[in-house]
Design a protein around this ligand. Structure first.
Ligand SMILES: [Zn+2]
Length: 179
């Protein structure tokens, strides 16, 4: 289900013109008109999900598979020397539109695109604390995925399972984190 007012949903519905590079019943990939490089594409589900956590596993698997193939095409036909495949998940991560998408950026040597960060020398004690916390947080990932799959089926059967309002609420909460 698309969401009124969402820029990406507007592309899906054809209200906003776009240059489509791939489309099937669930997924669409278009050129980013304000991209980092010619050939910068974004790949997204035709259902409105603000963040990656809400995308059902089977849809997510398909999006990554298609992204991989588009990346291969970028190498083949645009003669890219590399690709960056990234997701801005949440406002503090640079997400500007509340519709989950995967960016594919063709890269060439010395193309002036900077996705790098300054490496930090992290404190050993802090690292150990983070390791423990993350291990705890990740220990049930296997069973969590099984749960998710069940949920995913329900969502496919009934797209209203998570309402657009709940989704927007989450995104709004993130917006409030901006100083
Ligand atoms: Zn949308």
């Amino acid at each position: 289900m698309t969401k009124p007012g969402c820029l990406v949903c507007g592309i899906i519905e054809g209200k906003i013109p776009s240059k489509k590079v791939y489309e099937d019943e669930q997924i669409l990939a278009v050129l980013d008109v304000n991209g980092a490089n010619p050939g910068h594409c974004f790949v997204f589900p035709k259902e409105h999900y603000p963040i990656i956590e809400q995308v059902p596993d089977p849809v997510l698997a398909k999006i990554f598979s298609i992204s991989n193939k588009i990346s291969s095409a970028v190498f083949d036909v645009l003669k890219a020397q590399g690709t960056n495949i990234f997701i801005a998940n949440g406002v503090p991560a640079g997400q500007t539109v509340a519709h989950f998408m995967v960016n594919i950026i063709p890269r060439h040597e010395n193309d002036g695109i900077n996705l790098q960060w300054q490496p930090k020398q992290l404190d050993e004690e802090e690292m150990s604390t983070v390791e423990l916390k993350l291990k705890e947080g990740a220990k049930n990932i296997g069973s969590f995925e099984a749960e998710k799959k069940e949920k995913a089926v329900r969502q496919l059967d009934a797209p209203d399972y998570i309402s657009a309002d709940e989704e927007d609420d989450y995104f709004t909460k993130q917006l409030r984190k901006i100083p």
